[in-house]
Every structure is written in structure tokens, then in C-alpha cells.
Design a protein around this ligand. Structure first.
Ligand SMILES: Cc1cc2nc3c(=O)[nH]c(=O)nc-3n(C[C@H](O)[C@H](O)[C@H](O)COP(=O)(O)OP(=O)(O)OC[C@H]3O[C@@H](n4cnc5c(N)ncnc54)[C@H](O)[C@@H]3O)c2cc1C
Length: 740
């Protein structure tokens, strides 16, 4: 039976997809692999889930040249030696054929598993070409293994074997890390295009050039960029189910249990508010309006499913190997991957990126893991949570509390110390106050000490015992659901990092890296939420991952800029910020060197709706010593996220107070305000803040109490509630999401 290796271009597929059939005649062994032609990277697709790769029609003629990874050939090569029957050079990047299964003579001659091998002639006429190639590698600081075919015993048979496997009949014939580059011209072309440098960096001693552990925002961005740059990449992603048993697919926190479902639920709540406003704008309707938790979660989960699937497709298209397994280091350059069924596999790589993110923290009190949920569970909760206690004051806590209240649920937030730690505290208090206006109850300076189940059910009833952080007072409350949002722990404990010596902060469990995201072990990098002291945001992880891949494999040098990263808290009234909080700016620049400008504003769409004119607020912090440069931007109002993005770009460009004043605004938007009708119109009419002005400002009618309020501790029997398909809001006909 004659072994064969056929290369096909499939005309019906996008041009970038080619298919390689490998096996023996009679089809006793037949694999299919798909690859990106541009990157010439191959990944076996046999047995993968998802849409099948079409099989190669045998009738199509061989059309492309590509390099073939040994892993694809290994199984067949073990049984019978393979020969590449035909390849055709197509442009400068083509003609690269991996010499993994050459004739015995070539194997002996090019025995070295890595480095540069050049077959040439000592005698004229091609000596000068050999010298040019040698000089090129010498200028790159790379040693070459030169085989002068006319000087060795087996020279003729080696040359014949080389011609056979490469289709190149001339010398010199250059191999880099066992990849055939071509003759002198091809080698110089490869040098010009950067391909030579890429090949020189490759290390065939490993299964992969890069293994990324964690398929979330940072990991996926890094893996895909590395693959686009021609690297052989694997992503290991595995979701350990939450204590409640919730798990999800590829894409990490953002897609599945973070930004995306959170923003969509926020939107669901905003629509409820819009319904209330709509009556003032003339909309009349008599039918009962109720919100269905089940419809909302089903629609959101369906969208998440499509996002997760498109991540899988993107990996596939870029020929990244995705393995749904838990990764942990077992020794240097080697990870163990364990899948859902407990099956283990070992993989090696030249470089690793850790992008394992974080998971919600539990309180460590009786009943927390058994009865409480976290953000990992909330977005796919199969029933309306009913009256909810949110424990924590992080942005995740306030956002969840905000949309639950916006959907019409009774919500209490239990706060140990301050709201939105790390954010500007004046803004944080205003966020809290605006939530209070919406009907969210705050219990300050209390922490839960025990959660007991009073009644099973969907939802059931839970009793929470809490104690004061300032005294001995203990209180109790009864809720349908307790949502813990007290912080998140980095997924670094079970990664086997100690086995290879990657430093992890004992205090935070996070990974310290240098400004190139390199850990204490030079070939191991980290991006995203696992990083010590970096903003924990999706766009940050994405940018860091992409730039890291470009530095590692694309010859680029740009580093991720972690300064002036904008962010938004999607509470019912959104809070956007960029740069320093007032507290931090004071620490860094000293309070006397700062100018702080601020204003309250009333969005036009709130006027007719009759909403509060005393809530929306903007503030900028400027450095007096640097031409009043804006070093902190804060806004509390509708669509704050959309506004903040533009200001962040302006701050990167060196925005000053004067430039802000000189900018003509868009009318009528609320990011552009008029002081009086006779004043010139400006984007933000900001008043310089002094203690006197602060007092004069008509600030919130009610600021958050700093002392604890006893838990109301009352919930109606779920029997009295509307059916589980409708949240309690349904009980208020014609009074839509009325603020309580
Ligand atoms: C409720 C919530 C709302 C958020 N909202 C926003 C927002 O509005 N805007 C924003 O920018 N950011 C938001 N974030 C933060 C954002 O989700 C994260 O910053 C981002 O997802 C971090 O990406 P990452 O790649 O570091 O980790 P992740 O996206 O968490 O991905 C890590 C992946 O690695 C997997 N993993 C862990 N250990 C292993 C292992 N040993 N082997 C294999 N796989 C492993 C995990 O299961 C996960 O799939 C939010 C977060 C939460 C929780």
C-alpha cells in the first residue's frame, strides 16, 4: 500500500482555508486538518466539536505549499515512512516544507533538531550564494550547520533526497528549525518579510510555541494574535462549577458571568424606568405590565451562547487548538490538562501565558456555600430571586443591587465599610444616594455571620444573622436570596506555579509581573485579572494579551498602558470615571496643587419625565502645576459609559481645563451644559470647587446614613407573590416600576 500526502485547495471554501489529506491509499489511515493559509499553521480537526470541516475532494489538484507540523504526521509516520509527493511554490512565503519525515540520508545529514542547516557546495558555481546566506545568518548572530555536499561521502544521495522533499534542485538549500526556507533568494525574502526571524524563534522541541491557560478576555486575545503571527498555539479553558453547580462555556467571565449579562440586565431595568417615563411623554396603556425573569434570562443566555460559540469559531479559524481542560504546571515547560471526565494529557510549550482570571469569594461562614449565590449564578438563575440581600459594596454588588431593584425587587445592600472602595468617595456616596432614591435599602457597617435556610423553594427563604463592625449589635433579616459580592479571588492556587517557581503574592494571590507582563519565570507571562496591581477590566486584559503576543512573536515593542483606563459602574444611574479619584490625586499631587471643578446637571429627557434635578453630577480634577491638566474625570448620569470613553481619549491627548472650555459641545446633550443663556455655550460648565461652593451646592436631599439601620426582616410569603414567571413588580398594575 503506497503512502500518500496530498495537498488540496478547496475552491468552494474561503481562500484562506486549505485542506490537507494525509494517509495511505485504501484510506486505512485518514486525517483531515484545516489551516490558515496566510499563517500556514495546522490544527487537526478530527473529532472536534462544531461544524465539520468539509472533506477534500480527491479530484482537486494539489495546489498549495505549506509547512506540516510533526504532530500531524506522527501517527502515520510511525507506521510507514511518508514522502511528500508534490508541492508547488506559490510566492515568497510558499515552498516551506517541513523536513520531519525525510529520507534516512537527510535525517542523518540534518540530524540537529533545531537551528539553521544549510546544504551547499564547496566548489563553484554556487559558492558565493552559500557565502551570502552564511553572512546573513552571521549578521543575525545565528550559527549555521553547513553541509558541503561535495565534501561528504553521502553528498549525492543527500542532495537527491533534499530535492525530492523540497522540489528545490539547486543549492544552497536552507532549513531553519527544520523548516525548509529555500535557496538564497527565498532566504533573503524571508528575512525581509520577518518570516526568518519568526522561524528562528520557533522551538520544535515543544508541542506548541505558546500555551495559554484560561480562555477569557485576556487569554483569547493573546492566543488569537499569536496564531495570526504564525505561531502554534493551544488554549486550555475549564470552568470549575460554582458551589451551586453553575458552569458555562468558552469566553471567560466577561462573556458568561460578567460584563455582558450584567449590562443586559441593567438594560432590562432601564427599560422599566423608561416605561414609567413614557407616561409623561404621552404613552397610554391599560394592560398590566409585568417583568418575566425567565424570559429575560433565557434571551440573555441565548445571546451569551452565541458569543461563546463565536469565540470557538474564531479559535478554529485561526488554527488555535482549544482544549476544554483544566491546566496546571507539572514541570518546566509542561502542563497537565485534565478534562471533565478526569482524563489527563500532557502538553509542552516554549512559552506560557496565565490568564486564569478570578472567581467570587465566599464569606467562610455557616451556610454561605450551601445557600448563597454569587454573580456566577445570578445571570442564569432559573427563577426570579425575589427579595434579595446583596452582601458587599463593590461595583459588582451595587450593579446587581441596582438592576434587581430596577426590575421591581426589594433589595438590601449590606456594607462592611465604604461603597466602591478605590473609587472617588464623593462619587461613590452619590451613587449610593441615587440607589437609595430608587428604593434600595442600605445596611452600613454590618457583616453576615450566618445564613440559615428557613424554607426550600425557588426561591426559598433564608435567615441572615449579621453583626455590627462597630459594636456588639446583632441583627437578623429574612430574604429569598442572598447574593455575595464581597470580592473575587485569583485562580492561581491550583496552577502548580510553585513547581516551576512563578512568584505569587502571598497576600493577594495575584501574580506580580514586570512592565512586559513577564512573571518571575522568564518563559511564563500573565495577563488580565490575575495580575497584581492592574485594572481588572475586559478591555485591559484584551489589550495586554494582544500586545504581549505581538512583542513575543511579532517583533513589536509596544507595552500595555495601564494609566488613565476609563471605567463605568453600571448602577441605575451610571457612574463613569477616568484617571485619579480626588483622594488619590491628593495623595500623589498634594491637595493644594489641585483644582477641582464640578457641576450638578439635569438631563433634558429628565425634565418632562419629572425626574430629580438634583442628582446628576460631574467633576474634574486638574493639576495646577501642569497647566490645569485634567487628571481625573467623574460623571454620574445616564449613559455615563458612552460619555466617559470620549473624555478618556481626550485625557490621553493631554486635555486641560482650558481645552475643555474651548470645545464646542453638542446641543442638546447633557455632556454640554449652559450656565446662563447669555453665557457662551460650553461642553461642561464646571464650577471651581471651594469649601464655600461645596456648601452652596444643592447637594443630595438625602445622603446615605453612616449608621446602621435595623434589618426590616420582613418578606411576604412566596405564596402571596405572583407566579414565579413574574417578579413582584407584577403586583403593581399601571404603576410601572414606581420608585418605592
Ligand atoms: C459581574 C461582573 C461584571 C463585570 N463587568 C465588567 C464591565 O462592565 N466592564 C469590564 O471591563 N469588566 C467587567 N468585569 C471584569 C471582567 O469580566 C474581567 O476583567 C475580565 O473578564 C478578565 O479577563 P481574564 O482573561 O483575566 O479572565 P476571565 O475572563 O475570568 O477568564 C479566565 C478563564 O480561565 C479559566 N480558568 C481558570 N483556571 C483555569 C485553569 N487552571 N485551566 C484552564 N482554565 C482555567 C476560567 O474558567 C475562565 O474561563 C466584570 C466582572 C464581573 C464578575
Amino acid at each position: 500500500m503506497k503512502p500518500f500526502l496530498r495537498l488540496h485547495r478547496l475552491q468552494r471554501l474561503p481562500w484562506s482555508v486549505v485542506c490537507l489529506a494525509l494517509g495511505t491509499q485504501g484510506n486505512t489511515e485518514h486525517h483531515q486538518v484545516s489551516l490558515s493559509f496566510r499563517d500556514a499553521a495546522l490544527t487537526p480537526t478530527t473529532g472536534e466539536q462544531g461544524p465539520p470541516t468539509p472533506r477534500c475532494p480527491e479530484s482537486l489538484s494539489p495546489h498549495v505549499c505549506l509547512r506540516i507540523f510533526p504532530s500531524c504526521l506522527a501517527r502515520s509516520a510511525q507506521r510507514q515512512p511518508l514522502r511528500l509527493l508534490r508541492t508547488e511554490a506559490q510566492g515568497a512565503a510558499a515552498g516551506r516544507v517541513r523536513a520531519d519525515a525525510p529520507s534516512a540520508a537527510v535525517s542523518r545529514a540534518f540530524a540537529s533538531s533545531r537551528g539553521v542547516d544549510i546544504a551547499g557546495l564547496h566548489a563553484q558555481p554556487s559558492t558565493h550564494l552559500l557565502e551570502e546566506v552564511k553572512e546573513l545568518f552571521s549578521s543575525l548572530g545565528v550559527d549555521c550547520n553547513i553541509l558541503e555536499l561535495d565534501q561528504v561521502d553521502e553528498g549525492a544521495s543527500v542532495q537527491e533526497a533534499l530535492s525530492e522533499i523540497t522540489s528545490q534542485r539547486t543549492v544552497p538549500s536552507v532549513f531553519v528549525n527544520r523548516v525548509h526556507v529555500g535557496g538564497c533568494d527565498h532566504t533573503f525574502q524571508a528575512h525581509q518579510s520577518g518570516l526568518l526571524q519568526q522561524l528562528l524563534q520557533q522551538d520544535p522541541a515543544y508541542d506548541y510555541d505558546l500555551i495559554v491557560i484560561g480562555g477569557g478576555s485576556g487569554g483569547l486575545s493573546c492566543a488569537q494574535e499569536a496564531a495570526v503571527l504564525g505561531r502554534k498555539v493551544m488554549v486550555l479553558d475549564f470552568v470549575v462549577p460554582s458551589p451551586r453547580g453553575t458552569a458555562w462555556g468558552l469566553g471567560g467571565t466577561c462573556v458568561n458571568v460578567g460584563c455582558i449579562p450584567k449590562k443586559l440586565m441593567h438594560q432590562a431595568a432601564l427599560l422599566g424606568q423608561a416605561l414609567t417615563d413614557s407616561r409623561k411623554f404621552g404613552w397610554e396603556y391599560s394592560q398590566q405590565v409585568r417583568h418575566s425573569w425567565a424570559t429575560m434570562t433565557e434571551a440573555i443566555q441565548s445571546h451569551i451562547g452565541s458569543l461563546s460559540w463565536s469565540h470557538r469559531l474564531a479559535l478554529r479559524e485561526k488554527a488555535v487548538t482549544y482544549v476544554n481542560s483544566y491546566g496546571e504546571f507539572v514541570e518546566h515547560h509542561k502542563v497537565k490538562a485534565t478534562n471533565e471526565k478526569g482524563q489527563e494529557a500532557l502538553y509542552t510549550a516554549a512559552k506560557f501565558v496565565i490568564a486564569t482570571g478570578e472567581r467570587p469569594r465566599y464569606l467562610g461562614i455557616p451556610g454561605d456555600r450551601e445557600y448563597c449565590v454569587t454573580s456566577d449564578d445570578l445571570f442564569s438563575l432559573p427563577y426570579c430571586p425575589g427579595e434579595t440581600l446583596v452582601v458587599g459594596a463593590s461595583y459588582v454588588a451595587l450593579e446587581c443591587a441596582g438592576f434587581l431593584a430596577g426590575l421591581g425587587l426589594e433589595v438590601t445592600v449590606m456594607v462592611r465599610s465604604v461603597l466602591l472602595r478605590g473609587f472617588d468617595q464623593e462619587m461613590a456616596e452619590k451613587v449610593g444616594a441615587s440607589m437609595q432614591q430608587l428604593g434600595v435599602h442600605f445596611l452600613r457597617k454590618f457583616v453576615p455571620v450566618e445564613v440559615q435556610q428557613l424554607e426550600r423553594g425557588l426561591p426559598g427563604r433564608l435567615k441572615v444573622v449579621a453583626k455590627s463592625t462597630e459594636g456588639t449589635e446583632t441583627i437578623e433579616g429574612i430574604y429569598n436570596t442572598v447574593l455575595l459580592a464581597i470580592g473575587r479571588d485569583s485562580c492561581t492556587k491550583k496552577l502548580g506555579l510553585e513547581k516551576i517557581g512563578v512568584n505569587v503574592s502571598e497576600k493577594t494571590g495575584k501574580i506580580p509581573v514586570n512592565d512586559e507582563e513577564q512573571t518571575s519565570v522568564p518563559y511564563v507571562y500573565a495577563v488580565g485579572d490575575v495580575l497584581e496591581g492592574k485594572p481588572q477590566l475586559t478591555p485591559v486584559a484584551v489589550q495586554a494579551g494582544k500586545l504581549l503576543a505581538r512583542r513575543l512573536f511579532g517583533g513589536r515593542s509596544e507595552k500595555c498602558d495601564y494609566v488613565n483606563v476609563p471605567t463605568v459602574v453600571f448602577t441605575p444611574l451610571e457612574y463613569g470615571c477616568c484617571g485619579y479619584s480626588e483622594e488619590k490625586a491628593g495623595e500623589v499631587y498634594q491637595a493644594e496643587n489641585l483644582n477641582v471643578y464640578h457641576t450638578l446637571f439635569w438631563p433634558l429627557e429628565w425634565t418632562v419625565a419629572g425626574r430629580d434635578n438634583n442628582t446628576c453630577y460631574a467633576k474634574i480634577i486638574c493639576n495646577k502645576l501642569d497647566n490645569d491638566r485634567v487628571i481625573g474625570f467623574h460623571v454620574l448620569g445616564p449613559n455615563a459609559g458612552e460619555i466617559t470613553q470620549g473624555f478618556a481619549a481626550a485625557m490621553k491627548c493631554g486635555l486641560t481645563k482650558q481645552l475643555l472650555d474651548d470645545t464646542i459641545g453638542i446641543h442638546p446633550t447633557f455632556s454640554w451644559l449652559t450656565e446662563t443663556s447669555s453665557e457662551p455655550l460650553r461642553p461642561w460648565v464646571l464650577t471651581k470647587m471651594s469649601s464655600l461652593l461645596r456648601e452652596q451646592l444643592p447637594l443630595q436631599k438625602t445622603l446615605l446614613p453612616t449608621r446602621s439601620i435595623p434589618v426590616r426582616g420582613i418578606i411576604s410569603d412566596p405564596q402571596d407573590e405572583p407566579p414565579s414567571s413574574g417578579c413582584p413588580l407584577a403586583g403593581r398594575p399601571q404603576d410601572l416600576v414606581a420608585p418605592r
